[in-house]
Design a protein around this ligand. Structure first.
Ligand SMILES: Nc1ncnc2c1ncn2[C@@H]1O[C@H](COP(=O)(O)OP(=O)(O)OP(=O)(O)O)[C@@H](O)[C@H]1O
Ligand SMILES: [Mg+2]
Length: 311
């Protein structure tokens, strides 16, 4: 039976921001988690919605049991909560207080199955299905001052679902050609969603992530390429978070944000402790966490500023 349900726009919550680009591994999840953490730490009630098939658990929800799970449903982990909300057309049920003021709808493998539901429903209901996430968010949106979306790369249906729910798009990229190419994909999805479903959507900016901070000539070339792909007027952020593999990896392993991990530095074991057998390598907090945390914080502030400017 046909059920007419055109893409009725729903105005996304003020300050709702999606991190997205068509390429994997460029820093979307890391930046989304930090942006949400920074927002919550500043006293804003914040919701992080992870529309990703992979749960990186940057906030230690799964591995360290952080946050309070909703009691009236079986599980929301591994993307199950997001899947259920879309499948059953019910409001999102976040995990509460993962940090003070921070609630999270976690991603995970079940999110990958949402595309199939959307494709099937598309046949019966038409383009309105792209609003599925926006509809599940709407009943709880007023509870939050800011909503951050993490998105999945290389899946147009999921990318469009996120773009239909957010007010601002922030595009991270690395400097390699395939990351730049990934922006073409988000650019296409942006145009389609803005035209057909979410006229409120704006590109708030793009930024180069995880790069050698002193390679300024290369950065200028990348900025030109970003503008060519996303449009000449695209704001490009100044801050470039450096490529710092060890602290980034350790922080994720511990389910800590960079700033939280940096706080462990004064009490960290040293290389001498490791040599003397008093500690393991994993217990040594690298000094490089300090600049990494600082750069991420600056980037987060810049992202908030650009979204405010767009508003
Ligand atoms: N500043 C950094 N320097 C080095 N490595 C980093 C940095 N920030 C994050 N990483 C690491 O880079 C990898 C990719 O980051 P992330 O998972 O945030 O990317 P993504 O775009 O979300 O990837 P996917 O598309 O697979 O979801 C991760 O292993 C992460 O820990
Ligand atoms: Mg990711």
């Amino acid at each position: 039976m046909l059920n007419e349900n055109p893409a009725q726009p729903i105005e996304p919550p003020e300050g709702s921001t999606a991190l997205g680009t068509g390429k994997g591994g460029v820093g979307k999840s890391t930046v989304a988690a930090h942006l949400a953490g920074e927002s919550a730490a500043s006293g804003q009630r914040t919701l992080l919605v992870c529309v990703t098939g992979q749960d990186d658990d940057d906030l230690g929800i799964k591995r360290f049991g952080r946050g309070t799970h909703p009691t009236n449903c079986p599980t929301v982990m591994d993307g199950e909560g997001l899947y259920r909300a879309i499948h059953d057309r019910t409001p999102l049920q976040p995990i509460r207080e993962v940090r003070p003021n921070l609630d999270v709808v976690p991603g995970g493998p079940r999110v990958g199955e949402i595309s199939q539901i959307l494709m099937l429903r598309m046949l019966q209901e038409g383009p309105g299905v792209v609003m599925s996430l926006a509809r599940s968010l709407a009943p709880i949106a007023s509870f939050y001052d800011r909503v951050i979306f993490d998105s999945a790369p290389e899946d147009d249906a999921l990318e469009q679902l996120v773009l239909a729910s957010a007010k601002y798009l922030m595009v991270p990229t690395r400097s390699d050609t395939s990351s730049i190419g990934g922006m073409e994909r988000i650019s296409k999805n942006f145009k389609v969603v803005k035209q057909q479903a979410n006229p409120y959507l704006e590109v708030a900016g793009a930024f180069l992530y995880g790069s050698n901070r002193s390679a300024t000539l290369m950065h200028s070339a990348v900025r030109r390429q970003i503008r060519k792909t996303l449009g000449e007027g695209t704001p490009i952020l100044d801050e470039i978070v450096g490529y710092r593999e060890v602290p980034a990896r350790n922080a994720r392993e511990l389910g800590l944000l960079f700033g939280e991990y940096a706080e462990m530095l004064p009490n960290s074991a040293t290389k001498y402790d490791v040599k003397a057998g008093r500690a393991t390598e994993a217990e040594v907090v690298p000094d490089s966490i300090v600049p990494l945390a600082k750069e991420m914080r600056t980037l987060n502030q810049e992202i908030f500023d650009h979204c405010r400017k767009e508003a």
